[in-house]
Design a protein around this ligand. Structure first.
Ligand code: GLV
Ligand code: MN
Ligand code: MN
Ligand code: MN
Length: 415
């Protein structure tokens, strides 16, 4: 690649300071580094990011969906390149998931400016609101809003206490109708790139510094509700009970069984509640949420059918009413071959080792890939751990990833 400028260089100390600052914006009395999107501190996290963007010289707005969007004007046609990730976390999460991509994107802007490099494209940096599944089972809320994929159906989703998503958004300052109106005009965007930690063991096992994502898993999420009957635990014979808890437990095991059955497929359950929560009362009501993941939409549809049938069977044999509500399927998302090719060439040019891989984690890039050609760069996760406090990526690896991102934008700008 020919370069007519000083090579942009990434300031590792600045990156580390950014990660440390966000690690300090966490929910009190919760495990790990918790900053849930609908919780009390996420807004402060995004406000911190907004200030960084302004300091880095970006024209910055907070859109109706809570996304922080910064724009660095290019010299050219008004077309743009987009980069970004998210800063919300799972409960008990770590300091890197999503955050590396946001801190990294802002560092890219600074590195380009300090090197005196002006791109022809505008560079749009986004901290997407609420990437992690919220209490309503919905993920990638900000990116989906930008893509125009959200409807009033989503806003009406309810949590385990009967509160709607619209209410919960209102409580963190996001108006439901503003969210639906936060559609972004992607017609001027030529490519999107997201830098992220791998969150799995592949890169470490293969001794690779960078992962080039080929496609992102599809996901099918559901909420299962079981209505049985409360009875005395000591006097009600086992064979006449309507134990909603046992029907739910059997269905949880079916999720594991089905999820274990395919190529790179997964099945996971969580957020289980038994009511009344007492050991001396037969459970009257049980519910849980679950998800299947896999690279093939067809398998996901099949898993839905099998799970619904398994839940009906678990309920039917116990006289328990069953309802399984599926969210719209999130299709597997292939990355754009040409963008991946550009990323690969840049990574090779930097002398970094790399592997191509499939992402079993979901990302905003899967949503944005339906709008514009997209690619992702992964950096290694120690011991493959993520969504836990032990999540860790070495600063050198993060810096290499940001350097690759910076050079990738230069390369995409010249295409
Ligand atoms: C988010 O990180 C997910 O893959 O669930
Ligand atoms: Mn995550
Ligand atoms: Mn993430
Ligand atoms: Mn994620």
């Amino acid at each position: 690649m020919s370069r007519s400028f000083r090579d942009p260089s990434v300031d590792a100390g600045r990156v580390e300071a950014g990660l440390r600052t966000l690690a300090g914006v966490v929910e009190p009395d919760r495990p790990g580094w918790t900053r849930t999107a609908l919780g009390p501190v996420d807004r402060e996290g995004r406000e911190t990011v907004r200030r960084w963007m302004v300091d880095a010289g970006l024209e910055t707005t907070l859109d109706g969906a809570g996304n922080v969007v910064g724009r660095l004007r290019g010299t050219g046609s008004g077309r743009s390149l987009m980069v970004g990730s998210h800063t919300d976390t799972v409960v008990g999460g770590g300091r890197f998931d999503g955050i590396v991509g946001v801190v990294g994107a802002i560092e890219t802007v600074r590195a380009l400016q300090e090197a005196g490099v002006r791109l022809a494209h505008d560079l749009v940096v986004v901290d997407f609101f609420n990437e992690e599944p919220n209490e309503f089972g919905l993920s990638c809320v900000g990116s989906r809003a930008m893509a125009g994929e959200l409807t009033t159906h989503h806003l009406g989703l309810s949590d385990d206490h009967g509160r709607t998503l619209a209410d919960a958004l209102g409580a963190v300052g996001i108006d439901a109708s503003a969210l639906l109106g936060a559609r972004y005009d992607f017609s001027g965007v030529d490519a999107f790139v997201e830098l992220h930690i791998e969150q799995g063991p592949y890169l470490e096992q293969h001794g690779s510094q960078i992962g080039l994502v080929e496609s992102i898993t599809g996901i099918s999420r559901f909420r299962a509700l079981f209505q049985g009957r409360a009875d005395h635990a000591g006097t009600t014979p086992m064979d006449v009970r309507h134990d909603a808890g046992c029907a739910a437990a059997g269905t949880v095991l079916a999720v594991e069984r089905i999820g274990s059955g395919g190529d790179r497929t997964k099945g996971t359950s969580g957020q289980v509640t038994f009511t009344p929560a007492a050991t001396n009362v037969v459970t009257a009501h049980a519910e849980f949420r679950g998800e299947f993941r896999g690279p093939e939409a067809e398998w996901l549809h099949h898993a839905q059918d099998r799970l619904t049938a398994a839940a009906q069977e678990e309920g039917g044999s116990r006289g328990v009413q069953v309802e399984v509500d599926w969210l719209p399927l999130q299709e597997p998302a292939p990355m754009d071959e040409s963008v991946v090719g550009t990323l690969a060439a840049v990574v090779d040019g930097l002398g970094l080792s790399s592997s191509r891989l499939f992402s079993g984690a979901e990302h905003d890039a899967a949503v944005i890939a339906r709008q514009v050609p997209a690619g992702m760069l992964f950096v290694p996760s120690r011991d493959g751990r993520s969504h836990c406090p032990e999540e860790w990526t070495d600063l050198d690896d993060i810096t290499a990833g940001i350097t690759a991102l910076t050079q990738a934008l230069v390369a995409l700008d010249q295409r």
